[in-house]
Design a protein around this ligand. Structure first.
Ligand SMILES: [Zn+2]
Length: 391
């Protein structure tokens, strides 16, 4: 019998092309990268040569990351990325606004980053889908969002709450209303304790959390002994999005990274501390006071059908492939999981090529088609129509 082969139109729903000029001056570890980028290739070569015998490969990976940061334009970074995909692949590119995280000024105006993406969209209208990074502390953010979506064909909105704001900040409400009524998708960073977070003083962070955390989320914050990075998890917490999803019915939101690798690990290997005591009191349901974000997002996917998640960065760890495979056989959530690589952040863990090929190989063509073509077409539906209609 003749075998039929499918040609998948891959949608990578999570990539970045921002340059080192877009990163604040005092931001470590990327400050180091700024220095390295200035020194350029010689340092990258030096890193390549370091061999700690156990894991020399890590240095190769960082050298790769630095080389990409060194690219002078986002177009070059994008063209490098496309080498690892078929010609018909599509890419969501997420802009980053890191001006207000308390780590110094960025090297160029944010609109320069956006304008470059807008040029890229013009050049590759069917392949590039830029999302505007939104921060409620930027002046006239609502106007900026509308301008780039309406005049420059941006596809959606990117949120990065660990930079120091709650997603339900009152300034952002008109933007969600706009997104809801136009079917504009939103991608929100949802990984616990990532390296990019607000550098304000602890005191300032605590007072912001105390005054702004919405009690309807059910989150009860604890501050003792928590680092700034841990405090910023309150901004990023997936339950914050219940406020938005309850208020704006049908709002299309993707909680990127599915909680992050640490939370997949926690879900797969739950702690037994306090289990017997709680069982005795028949409190089994509340057994985990510090619930893992994987489970929270999983439950939310079942509750809100306009909610999505992506597997970017988190699935760099091949140990999690079986759990992903199981999720994709689960009818309750399988249509809400999106393929994304987190290029070029992912370069520090694995290459773009092996990320995509390993996933495709392990999942098989049907499941890979589901997350990279079928589901993204629904999530990006309103943008994907745009280029065709304008012809
Ligand atoms: Zn990302």
């Amino acid at each position: 019998m003749e075998k039929k082969f499918k040609k998948i139109e891959i949608h990578n729903c999570h990539t970045h092309t921002f340059l080192y000029e877009d990163v604040p001056s005092k931001f470590l570890p990327l400050r180091l990268i700024r220095v390295l980028a200035r020194r350029g290739w010689s340092i990258a070569r030096f890193l390549n040569k370091i061999d700690l015998t156990t894991d020399g490969d890590v240095y190769d990976r960082y050298a790769n990351f630095i080389r990409i940061m060194k690219c002078p334009t986002q177009e070059q970074t994008f063209e490098y990325l496309t080498r690892f995909y078929p010609k018909n692949a599509r890419f969501v590119i997420l802009a980053m606004d890191m001006q207000f995280m308390g780590a110094g000024n960025v090297g160029r105006d944010y609109t320069k980053q956006l304008d470059e993406l807008s040029e890229l969209k013009k050049k590759y209208p069917d392949r590039v889908y830029p999302f505007i990074g939104v921060d409620p502390r930027r002046a006239n953010i609502e106007d900026l969002v509308k301008e780039y979506i309406e005049d420059h064909n941006f596809c959606g909105i990117k949120l990065y709450p660990p930079l120091g704001y709650f997603p339900y900040d009152s300034t952002l409400m008109p933007i969600y209303h706009y997104a809801q009524s136009h079917g504009i998708p939103i991608i929100a960073h949802s990984s616990k304790s990532g390296p990019i977070y607000c550098r304000f003083k602890r005191k300032e962070l605590i007072s912001k959390i105390k005054s702004e955390l919405d009690p309807s989320t059910g989150i009860q914050p604890r501050f003792d002994g928590k680092s700034r990075k841990e405090l910023c998890n309150y901004f990023t917490h997936p339950k914050n999005y219940k406020v938005l999803l309850n208020k704006f019915e049908g709002l299309k939101v993707c909680l990127a990274h599915f909680g992050g690798a640490s939370q997949w690990q926690k879900f797969l290997n739950p702690s037994t501390i306090g289990v017997c005591e709680k069982m005795k009191k028949k409190e089994y349901k509340n057994i985990d006071t510090d619930e893992d974000w994987f489970s929270i997002i999983y439950d939310m996917l079942k509750e809100y059908k306009s909610l999505y998640t992506d597997i970017s960065f988190t699935l760099n760890n091949r140990d999690y492939f079986p759990l992903l495979k199981v999720l994709l056989s689960n009818a309750k959530v399988r249509e809400q999981i999106l393929f994304g690589s987190d290029f070029f952040m992912g370069e520090v863990e694995t290459s773009e090529r092996s990320f995509g090929i390993d996933l495709h190989g392990i999942l098989g063509t049907d499941d890979f088609e589901l997350i990279s073509q079928t589901n993204p077409r629904l999530f990006l539906r309103n943008c994907l129509r745009k280029p065709k209609a304008s012809k």
